[in-house]
Design a protein around this ligand. Structure first.
Ligand SMILES: [Zn+2]
Length: 96
């Protein structure tokens, strides 16, 4: 995990389970609840014969959110430390 000043832009979230209910698919941060993925599957256009399920973030993965940009920046695990700009390191009274 890098700690350059560039990586401190935005906030890093921890991807939770993706949940599909009928035609809706959502995935939120497992810590603060920020919506990372929100699809209405009836509005996703795919070529015929292809899986219409959009990609989701790996569960436990660290997802950098900076404005409308989202990018994976690693995974959480025993050897991975949260970056300084992780939502889980913000005062808990803000994210609870
Ligand atoms: Zn979060």
């Amino acid at each position: 995990m890098t700690s350059s000043s560039e990586s401190l832009a935005g906030v890093v979230h921890i991807a939770g389970n993706d949940v599909r209910v009928d035609h809706l698919l959502r995935q939120r941060c497992s810590w603060c609840g920020l919506t990372l993925v929100d699809y209405d599957l009836t509005r996703v256009a795919v070529p015929e014969g292809h899986d219409p399920t959009p990609a989701t973030w790996p569960v436990g993965g660290l997802v950098l959110v900076d404005g409308n940009m989202k990018a994976t920046v690693g995974g959480i695990g025993q050897d991975v430390k949260l970056p300084a700009n992780a939502c889980a390191l913000i005062d808990p009274t803000v994210t609870a």
